[in-house]
Design a protein. Sequence first.
Length: 314
Amino acid sequence: MIRIQYLALLLPPLPLQAEPVRDMRAPDPRSAGLAAPDLGATLRDLSGVREAVALPRPAPLQDGLSDAPVSQSDVLRAELRPGWREADGRYMAALHLSMAPHWKTYWRAPGDAGIPPEFDWSGSLNLDKVTIHWPRPDVFDYQGMQTIGYLQEVILPVEITPQDPAQPVALQVEVELGVCNDICMPASLMLHEPLPAQGALDPAISAALARRPMTADEAGVTRLSCVVEDIEDGLRITAELEMPRLSGTETVVMEPAGGVWVSDTREGRVGDALTAVADIVPPRDGTYMFDPSALRLTVLADGRAVEMTGCPLN
């Protein structure tokens, strides 16, 4: 690891929000001599209030919105797709976002002009772990600024590990996200969905899972290394990869661990050698530990993506 101390920054950093990692395990009531909750009864109670807390279902989203101010329901609707249960007890559900024509929302690392989504699953029942499987996003240019996200629709597969496989699971998620066209607006969602005991394969979720990025081996990456150097207000990371060229323009995204601002990368390629450079700026007046083994790199191109975690120092 590299340890650096900063007492002041010249630029106010904008924190990059990666996918939250949460421990959803509640204390075991049996260890405190309490009766275990009746999750089945709680689910029945929850189903009675589901319609009261779910998003209203607006009419189909339309193109050609007027110049009058728009509301969230004009441009966004959302649902939790219940999905199915795997043989090992895990569930595969999904968050389905639909937007009006020409509107988009953002990936976990949205670029300087984007709004990173935030998820809070703490209101769920019998939930141990949540893993979002992000489909490969698209790269947009907005007035000379790069943003990364999804146009008009995205299905985010959500892998659910229950705390007690013998008990039912009910999802509750609060989502804060941004949706943009010529203007951007913040959106807030509160969604509930009891998961079925077994469920059935959902082709839409399966298609979203198939859009995952390739691994380094699948993409033919033969070498990956990083060089780290100090700059005035943080660190400069230079990643060097040996891999065949992807189709179209290649964009590399770096996601270090911790709440640090990360610049857009500057890419260059000669043959199979791809180089990407980005600056990271830690919070003001604090100590930041850069861990190269936790650095996530994603290479995006037209209809393809490669994702890898860990970058050995050169």
